[in-house]
Design a protein around this ligand. Sequence first.
Ligand SMILES: Cc1cc2nc3c(=O)[nH]c(=O)nc-3n(C[C@H](O)[C@H](O)[C@H](O)COP(=O)(O)OP(=O)(O)OC[C@H]3O[C@@H](n4cnc5c(N)ncnc54)[C@H](O)[C@@H]3O)c2cc1C
Length: 293
Amino acid sequence: MRSIAEDYELVAPGSLPEVLKLLAADPGAWTPIAGGTELMVQLGAGRLQARRLVSIWNLAELRGIVATDSSLRIGAACTYADLRKHPIVAAEFRLLARAAGWTGSIANQNRGTLGGNIVNGSPAADSSPALLVYGAEVELASVSGVRTVPYAAFHTGYKKTVLAAGELVSAIRLPRRFASYYQYSRKVGPRNAQAISKVALAAVGVVRNGVVDDVSIAVASMSPVPLRCAGTEHALLGHRLDGALIASARAALAAECAPLDDIRSTARYRAHVAGNLLEEFLRGLLAAGDTNP
Ligand SMILES: Cc1cc2nc3c(=O)[nH]c(=O)nc-3n(C[C@H](O)[C@H](O)[C@H](O)COP(=O)(O)OP(=O)(O)OC[C@H]3O[C@@H](n4cnc5c(N)ncnc54)[C@H](O)[C@@H]3O)c2cc1C
């Protein structure tokens, strides 16, 4: 059954300090709404339990992308369109730019935000594998100040995060050290656009003198949370990249993922395809040869 609009309250204080004050005054009572592309679907379906919504859409403090020599700070309310248009994202964080282009439709990309994507916490979220391989950090703001957590520690379980009542995601920070890395990502779904992934993999790496010098791998839709594949990385690091190593890496990936059977796919299909994607990344890395970051 559809929701009735009068049952909901929406306020738009217009500045970050005002929003944080409101969240602190009654912790847990207000739900932030950014682009609304998740929440409005729930509203339309009569499933939106949050009754009091505070808009953070277009807050200047959450919208900018600021670069220093060593990092890129992306405001949590930046949209996919903002990400796709940004020259540093496009040049250095190619997997994030690509994920932004994969997400939904153009309308969705104009409205959906990076902060909303990670707080929503879907294990199939398109931005998550890219953020994991780049070693992103998440800034959490409240009236008490800002704390920073590694994105790899942000999801604590299926659709659960470390966000406390009264906190907002204010920004996502990326270290600027991957521009010269070989970068790979692929999303496998029922079709090329407007699809939720059956499985997705993102990875970056560097080979020196034929040996894996640095590598970072993450998968979506392969466990209850988006997963950084530390065991697979460990199996690769410091070893000569050849067919035997690729086979060991496939085995390591299968050992650390726990895909499910669900309406979108089967565990068996997901495990096999994830192995294929890993192999495609590693063969590309091998062909790219030595790089000098
Ligand atoms: C048609 C359609 C297609 C889609 N396709 C894809 C796809 O291909 N890939 C994909 O990954 N997703 C997809 N999505 C999901 C959605 O668009 C994204 O997850 C989007 O990034 C959500 O951002 P939002 O700003 O719209 O979130 P909202 O709906 O505003 O909020 C989502 C959740 O996050 C919370 N929240 C938002 N911002 C913050 C913040 N800064 N701090 C704390 N909490 C916050 C809200 O309280 C809410 O719980 C699709 C959705 C639709 C409707």
